[in-house]
Design a protein around this ligand. Structure first.
Ligand SMILES: Nc1ncnc2c1ncn2[C@@H]1O[C@H](COP(=O)(O)OP(=O)(O)OP(=O)(O)O)[C@@H](O)[C@H]1O
Length: 299
């Protein structure tokens, strides 16, 4: 029971948008897809969903390609949001759920449950175009999961949301996963992937440059950070043997190191400079890994 993508390639003419991509997502897992604009995330999703044919490779969900017949089991939040602007919210949700073979009465009940959860029950009889962007996104998310799919694909579900709404949608997505759904989502925000996902991939120009469990990805990166908080001038410590990166922070400094013993050296030297408020060895963030692997800051 899994989503399997094996050696999938998509070419548009002579341009390779996705290049020999392989990944596997187990039943009930949350999988994160990171990549800069144009990396190939949406193209991959469209291939998984059978909306685009891959040029080569195989893609299966529970052993079979996804087709129109699988649609009651699949949910999709597309990047180019696909609601009918002039249709009323409740009517639209019920209509979309019925397309996925959910009986109208169940769809209506579920629509109201989700609208309550997202604190917008008063929008049920409003046209979608009358809602703010963030509230339209809530409706779009409800539309993607109202029929209780077992595979849910979300293309940038948190883009354009304020922090309160991000938290609201995150917790809904996590609850949906707890009920057994397999979820794949793309994001430009590393912290969202870090927080929500079991496994992840970073895509660059159609190729996977990093993949695996977040823990393994961080461990195999082989770098750590040392954070110091103290008032002394720490610039001199940036030149210590084994320090690969040094950044002044408002309350101290951050050091990039490759070897544990360098942390010891930093600590010993720092203590000679005055009283220390804080010392910690921190694992690398996905952002640092992304920059190291993709070679540029994230858009
Ligand atoms: N139908 C198409 N015809 C030609 N090129 C395409 C087509 N669809 C996508 N591409 C190209 O394939 C590449 C990957 O696009 P894709 O939309 O998959 O990227 P993405 O990672 O989802 O980017 P973003 O974060 O901007 O949404 C881009 O260079 C894009 O221009």
């Amino acid at each position: 029971m899994a989503l399997r993508v094996e050696n999938a390639t998509k070419q548009f003419g002579s341009f390779t948008a996705v290049d020999n991509l392989t990944l596997q997502v187990g039943q009930g897992q949350m999988y994160g897809f990171l990549g800069a604009n144009g990396a190939g995330k949406t193209t991959t999703f469209r291939m998984i969903l059978g909306l685009l044919n891959q040029t080569s490779g195989t893609i299966t969900w529970n052993g079979k390609p996804i087709t129109y017949e699988s649609s009651p089991k699949i949910g999709y939040l597309p990047e180019e949001r696909g609601l009918y602007p002039k249709m009323k919210v409740e009517e639209q949700l019920v209509y979309l759920a019925q397309l996925r073979q959910m009986p109208a009465a169940d769809a209506k009940r579920e629509a109201h449950r989700w609208l309550e959860r997202f604190e917008v029950p008063h929008y049920a009889q409003k046209k979608v175009e009358e809602l703010s962007k963030g509230n339209q996104q809530k409706i779009q998310l409800i539309a993607s999961l109202i029929h209780k799919p077992s595979l849910l694909i979300l293309d940038e579900p948190f883009s354009g949301l304020d922090p309160v709404n991000v938290e609201m949608l995150k917790s809904a997505i996590l609850d949906f996963q707890k009920q057994g759904a397999t979820i794949v989502f793309s994001s430009h925000r590393m912290d969202h992937v870090e927080e929500l996902c079991d496994d992840m991939s970073i895509l660059d120009k159609g190729k996977v440059v990093v993949s695996g469990s977040i823990r393994d990805v961080k461990r195999s990166f082989g770098k750590q950070n040392v954070r110091l908080k103290m008032d002394a001038d720490l610039s001199r410590l940036g030149g210590l043997q084994g320090v690969e990166g040094f950044t002044k922070t408002h309350d101290g400094a951050l050091f990039r190191i490759g070897q544990e013993e360098t942390a010891q050296r930093i600590l010993e030297e720092a203590m000679k400079l005055g009283p220390l408020r804080h010392f910690a060895i921190e694992e690398p963030t996905l952002e640092e890994i992304f920059i190291a692997k993709v070679g540029k800051a994230y858009a």
